[in-house]
Design a protein around this ligand. Structure first.
Ligand code: ADP
Length: 333
């Protein structure tokens, strides 16, 4: 059985045991006090009538009232029993619902983690398999020349590079947790200049100019994480744009929220890919674009996680062949 289901059943049992214990003990107390009150009332009536009636009539009256008392007590017991059965049934259903509700976030977290491990292992296997095949083929070749051995090492080194960037991406994803300080004041100008420094080399290699128009606003968040997120978006803007093109960064505020808008004039994103680009390991089909760009489909997943941790939102508008605009909305400090 699913461990969460059996844990939910155990919790139901304990919730129910508490509910039943409370309801039974209060029913016993109610029965005890009510039945004593009834008995005292009947006794007072019998005493009163024994003074006004003949002994014969008084005995008959007393028998009648005691029989009525017995019936009333029986009715009280029946009602309390019915009440307890209803509490048991209602309490059972409510307890199970509550136990499942308590378990659901844990179940979802475990499922997400299992899926993550599965996806990550799948991605790690590809470069490892390539290396294994190349090494096996080379080892079987008795006359392996130095030139071929060097080529093999070069190709292996490329795969190691891919593995390293995949591991870094996975680590970056895992490091985005709620335990950082997300309530600081992060000036837009600082976030952007920190990010620009880190992508400058890559941009100048492709002769891409990055134009910024910053406004004097402060976001509420973690400056370092926000700069990481901007780097990821700029990295894509550079990667998926032709050499010599321009990338624009605009910061400002709209409807009391701050925004960061990054526009490129690159290959754009096809409509069918747009809903999925923020998923982990999702990459648009390379056959739809002319150029093959290295990557693992982790950048936007990390950027989205950072935005979510800041209680912000991210939007993308894109026209294939013309370019893309990513807009991140953030709370203001
Ligand atoms: P990666 O770039 O490593 O593939 P990302 O998660 O950063 O992973 O991006 C996911 C996909 O979204 C990319 O494979 C690419 O197809 C598309 N994409 C992201 N940013 C852009 C962009 N600025 N221009 C065109 N396509 C983009």
């Amino acid at each position: 059985m699913n461990p969460f289901r059996s844990a939910a059943l155990r919790m139901t049992f304990w919730y129910l045991a508490i509910v039943v214990a409370v309801s039974t003990s209060s029913s016993v107390a109610i029965y005890h006090f009510s039945s004593n009150d009834l008995r005292r009332g009947v006794q007072r009536q019998i005493e009163f009538y024994s003074q006004v009636l003949s002994p014969e009539e008084s005995r008959a009256y007393s028998r009648l009232r005691l029989a009525q008392l017995e019936t009333d007590q029986q009715h009280l017991r029946d009602r309390l029993l019915l009440f307890n059965l209803l509490v048991l049934a209602g309490g059972g259903i409510a307890s199970y619902g509550l136990a499942r509700k308590t378990m659901r976030p844990l179940e979802d977290a475990l499922e997400a983690q299992t899926r993550f491990t599965g996806d990550a292992s799948h991605e790690l296997r590809t470069p490892l398999s390539v290396m294994q095949t190349e090494i096996e083929v080379a080892l079987r070749d008795r006359n392996l020349s130095v030139k071929n051995a060097r080529e093999l090492l070069k190709s292996n080194l490329e795969e190691v590079g891919r593995l390293k960037s995949l591991a870094e991406g996975l680590l970056a994803l895992a490091q985005q947790t709620t335990d950082k300080k997300y309530h600081q004041s992060a000036p837009a100008s600082e976030v952007i200049s920190q990010a620009l420094q880190r992508v400058q080399k890559q941009a100048s290699r492709k002769k891409i100019t990055i134009k910024t128009s910053s406004s004097k606003i402060n976001y509420r968040g973690n400056q370092q994480s926000l700069a990481d997120m901007v780097v990821l978006l700029l990295d894509n803007a550079i990667k998926y744009s032709p050499g010599g093109s321009a990338v624009n960064i605009e910061t400002g505020s709209k409807d009391r929220r701050g925004f960061i808008k990054i526009t490129d004039h690159g290959q754009g994103i096809a409509g069918e890919d747009l809903p999925r680009i923020f998923e982990r390991f999702y990459r648009a089909d390379p056959s739809r674009s002319k150029s093959k760009v290295e990557g693992y489909g982790l950048g936007l997943a990390i950027a989205k996680k950072i935005v979510d941790l800041h209680h912000g939102s991210i939007e993308v508008h894109s026209s294939p062949g013309k370019g893309s605009t990513f807009t991140v909305y953030l709370p203001r400090a």
